[in-house]
Design a protein around this ligand. Sequence first.
Ligand code: DQA
Length: 148
Amino acid sequence: MARVLLLNGPNLNLLGTREPGIYGTETLESIEKRAAELAREAGHELLAFQSNAEAELIGRIQRASAEGIGFLIFNPGAFTHTSIALRDAIVGVRLPFIEVHLSNLQAREPFRRHSYFTDIAVGSIAGLGAFGYELAVRAAVRQLARSS
Ligand code: DQA
């Protein structure tokens, strides 16, 4: 049994009502619930955390290994395009992760095309809406089986 952390960055707490044409109508609570169910079915535990604050996300990542978390699924929200500090935190604790975005970053504004996370991620999923989180859990389960 491994522990997986599902981490979501700023404004993702607004999912359901936030720009539904881009991000869909599913709430974060429902996404987190399904992700936890999928992980449980595979024999793992999934914890979920969302914050609008960079410092809180960094703190959560730094605490992860002390809490026995072996894998991260991360949607950094707008910090994707700005946060060297979050990137450094993940590299610093050597936590393998999958990057998830609901929208297709490459099909949006030019400032969304660069991510500080893609090159250090095990893999990235973008443009598939809430289903991307399900795929990320399945991929995390496979990665955990490979590395155990
Ligand atoms: C997002 C894409 C980001 O550019 C944006 O700032 C978000 C959500 C996504 O899931 O598509 O907040 O990460």
